[in-house]
Design a protein around this ligand. Structure first.
Ligand SMILES: [Zn+2]
Length: 285
């Protein structure tokens, strides 16, 4: 089932939608310590909005604070499966961050058996527990999940399918940095999870099938800044502005009009992340 594209802005004034939406950036990362404000100004002046994504408590707090200061910046708060393995899930800490309506997603969270040392049984169990507690939080606070999944799609799809049966429309979200084939894409789409594509699609061809297969209303654009800069910026520090290159490539691979794909990526991001339809306590209207 699709949610409506009703946008609830924090101050209740209608805003003109942006030209591009980078649904996953880390401008809270140390790579932007020297020029974070300039980067943000460049981004917003170019009419690009972005969700600044946390990977642990500290970066989630920073992303939530940035979102409060800037119109056009939103935050995701959560614990990455492998970035900071010393961190346990501290529910009350995150609930506090979700008091802000501009903290719009739980994540990035998920499963990563590639980075985890051989993914021992203990490590798999640790990651599943960490992910499932964040999934429960997402349902509780009425936010979508921002999912990181690497070399773990079967386990991820098992969890999502079983929780989807339990929670239905109260559970939704996006598979960030989607880098798999059409058959995996199909299974996520069947569960109503969107797929966001990053700069790697500008120089790797193996995801083209998935890009073409996904319906236009289920694709999103992202940078994962400061990582994975697209062509023609490869090797440089990535930033949200470069999301335009991702959108261009999506249109090219899909054989669709650029303007149509651009508009779709913005509308889809607004529908998935800004509509927040599920939790009355978050809406103060
Ligand atoms: Zn990320």
């Amino acid at each position: 089932m699709r949610r409506s594209t009703h946008v609830m802005m924090p101050d209740h004034t209608p805003l003109t939608p942006p030209d591009y939406f980078d649904v996953h950036s880390h401008i809270n990362d140390a790579a932007f310590d020297v020029d974070r404000i300039e980067t943000i100004n460049r981004t917003l002046q170019a009419r690009v909005w972005t969700i600044v994504v946390g990977t642990d408590r500290r970066s989630s707090q920073l992303s939530s604070q940035l979102a409060l200061f800037y119109e056009g910046l939103y935050a995701a708060a959560g614990i990455h499966p492998t970035d900071n393995t010393s961190e346990h899930f501290w529910k009350e800490y995150f609930i506090d961050l979700f008091a802000s309506k501009k903290t719009v997603a739980v994540g990035e969270c998920g499963l990563d058996y590639f980075r985890a040392d051989g993914a021992s049984l203990e490590e798999v169990a640790r990651q599943k527990t960490l992910f499932e507690s964040q999934l429960e939080l997402a349902v509780e606070v009425g936010r979508p999940l921002m999912i990181h999944c690497r070399n773990a799609h079967d386990d991820m799809l098992d969890i999502l399918a079983s929780k989807k049966r339990e929670y239905g429309d109260r559970l939704w979200g996006n598979i960030h940095f989607f880098t798999a084939g059409e058959s995996i894409a199909r299974r996520y789409l069947e569960l109503d999870f969107t797929l966001s594509f990053s700069g790697v699609i500008t120089f790797a061809r193996e995801y083209d099938d998935a890009i073409r297969f996904a319906p236009q209303d289920m694709i999103l654009s992202e940078t994962d800044s400061p990582y994975a800069a697209p062509v023609p910026y490869r090797g440089k520090r990535n930033e949200p502005l470069f999301v335009k290159e991702v959108v261009k490539q999506l249109a090219l691979v899909r054989g669709e009009d650029f303007e149509e794909v651009r508009r779709a990526t913005v509308e889809n991001a607004i529908r998935v992340f800004l509509a927040l339809p599920h939790n009355a306590s978050i809406s103060t209207e």
